[in-house]
Design a protein around this ligand. Structure first.
Ligand code: G6P
Ligand code: ZN
Length: 557
């Protein structure tokens, strides 16, 4: 059957953000909306001879959110019509983002299409998203996403075939119009990769009580909150089946199309079951959560929230305890708004520390070039060179491996780290859904004030430097401008302002604040308390409350 050419007209809003094209389901379900975007991806990735997507393997999978199956059926038909040779699809249309990255790499696929809006709410009124990853397993770099956006503005037709829906639930291979479709187990390859990196025997013995890592009489207990999102099946297989954690260790382990009506975002506000378990009576020794598509993580000890910035630093300092990193790290990379705790570890280890713009894609070149082994972001992302996405369960397993190897409660490990290298008190204040004009004006005025800020005093604080972060990629020399406003003060503390690139309605202002505390006697404060002065200064510098009329942030992490 010949492909059908469907005439279409461009949508003017298909510009990928920090992590793919995220829109409301109501936007995505308009006729031709998915098809236009997918055809634009195929058009940009097509080439002559061997260098295009035609004749190649492509991976497809998503986080199982509402509209996932419908979008996959559209993609399957279009892939066949666009000359893709082989399509690998996670069973049920499911692949966590890190698992998709691994599958792309393992099967040497040309690229992958990941269907997810990460931690954004799902359901018919929630969000949906499509992201293209290249053959290295990582998110497409800006030059590709820009080209895709350009193509969405020019598109006049797309190609599809008129075939019935395929069965996404049955493992195995079938043919569709000359294309091989393989439905693969979404968990198996990923679990095998994790076994190759971590000492599963040692972790098993931790759960059996053979180690003293537990604070409850030697029997180690943990909870993992999958937030009714994609990591449920992965965590159940790995933690409960392969590592022998008791049944019930995984909370909210069944993926739901609307995530049970919750935000699948692992932070102290949205991961309430985890927080309740870890702060209630007789808390487990270790708690963790992941997000909608499985790339983020949140780590807790008993009554202790470990910031993503601290988690990155601690993982880097201890990674050598896991077999996959026993040879040491080549370098550590963090996004600019992430605290500088990781830099202190890099300095101690005598390896390079990199500072990149927000967005996992900026780590890709450093990982591919072997310059960085571990990467992390304040936005609850941590990962390594094992895949080209951040990886929620990977971070949990590395923590478990470290706890098993060190045989010490997590709180003690964290405090010992602070005592040795100092504590970087850290908080992020988000102002969600402020109107775009107000947000843009605030950022423009801040930008305009940068040249005159150094040397001025705001209350007790003296501004030392002020700039708009610009990144020059050390590998390919590409320049990314306007990546966030950084203001540092004479006492070493720092405020960063940026607008979120992942929201779907209004603007979200993020204000990141940190202060270094080397004195062990002063490392036990609540971070909001420890940063109160800086929080007030940050408000005064940007005029946040005055301009937005908000007297407090919507979310504090
Ligand atoms: C996604 C990206 C991350 C990024 C985060 C924050 O999760 O994968 O790399 O750090 O969004 O984005 P935002 O622009 O909302 O602060
Ligand atoms: Zn995510």
């Amino acid at each position: 059957m010949a492909p059908v050419i469907v005439p279409t007209t461009p949508f003017n809003d298909q510009k990928p953000g920090t992590s793919g094209l995220r829109k409301k389901v109501t936007v995505y379900s308009q006729p031709h909306y998915v098809a236009n975007f997918i055809q634009s991806i195929f058009d940009v990735m097509s080439g002559s001879g061997d260098d295009g997507i035609q004749g190649q393997t492509v991976v497809v999978g998503g986080d199982g959110r509402f509209y996932n199956p419908e979008a996959i059926q559209i993609i399957v038909r279009m892939a066949a019509a666009n000359g893709i040779r082989r399509l690998l699809i996670g069973r049920g249309g499911i692949l966590s983002t890190p698992a998709a990255s691994h599958v792309i790499r393992k099967y040497k696929a040309f690229g992958g299409i990941i269907l997810s809006a990460s931690h954004n709410q799902g359901g018919p009124d929630g969000d949906f998203g499509i992201k293209y990853n290249t053959g290295n397993g990582g998110p497409a770099p800006e030059k590709i996403t820009d080209a895709i956006f350009k193509r969405t503005g020019e598109i006049t037709e797309y190609r599809t075939v008129e075939t019935p829906d395929i069965d996404l639930d049955r493992l195995g291979t079938s043919q569709l119009e000359g294309m091989t479709v393989e439905i693969i187990d979404p968990v198996a390859d990923y679990a095998e990769l994790m076994e190759s990196l971590f000492d599963f025997d040692q972790i098993r013995s931790l759960f059996r009580g053979g180690s003293q890592g537990g604070t409850q009489g030697g029997k180690f207990r943990m909870v993992f909150d999958a937030l009714s999102a994609v990591t449920g099946p992965y965590a159940t297989e790995i933690l409960e089946k392969r590592l022998g954690a008791p049944a019930g260790t995984v909370l909210n382990g069944t993926p739901l199309p609307d995530f049970g009506g919750h935000h699948p975002d692992p932070n102290p506000v949205h991961a309430h079951d985890l927080v309740a378990a870890m702060t209630g009576p007789n808390p487990p020794d270790f708690g963790a959560a992941s997000d909608g598509d499985g790339d983020r993580n949140m780590i807790m000890g008993p009554s202790l929230f470990i910031t993503p910035s601290d988690s990155l630093a601690l993982l880097a300092a201890n990674a050598h305890l896991a077999p996959g990193y026993a040879g040491g790290l080549r370098g550590i990379a963090r996004s600019m708004p992430t605290s500088r705790a990781a830099d202190r570890v890099a300095a101690k280890l005598g390896i390079p520390g990199f500072e990149t713009p927000t967005g996992w894609k900026f780590f890709g070149n450093l990982l591919d070039a072997g310059q960085a082994t571990l990467c992390g972001e304040e936005s609850a992302g941590t990962g390594s060179d094992h895949v080209r996405e951040k990886d929620g369960l990977w971070a949990v397993l590395l923590w478990l491996n470290i706890l098993a190897a060190r045989n010490q409660p997590i709180g003690e490990i964290v405090r010992q780290h602070w005592r040795e290298l100092g504590r970087d008190y850290y908080t992020r204040h988000d102002y969600e859904d402020i109107d775009n004009a107000t947000a843009d004006a605030m950022m423009a005025d801040l930008r305009a004030s940068l040249p005159t800020l150094p040397g001025t005093r705001i209350g007790d604080a003296e501004v030392k430097t002020a700039d708009d972060f610009e990144y020059r990629d050390p590998i390919d020399g590409s320049i990314s401008k306007r990546q966030g406003i950084r203001i540092s003060f004479a006492d070493g503390s720092r405020v960063v302002y940026r607008l979120s690139g992942t929201g779907t309605g209004g603007a979200t202002l993020r204000v990141y604040m940190e202060r270094y505390e080397p004195d062990p006697a002063k490392q036990e404060l609540d971070s909001q308390e420890a940063l109160a002065g800086l929080i007030a200064t940050a408000d005064a510098v940007a005029g946040i409350s005055k301009r937005t009329g908000r007297d407090k942030p919507s979310v504090i992490t």
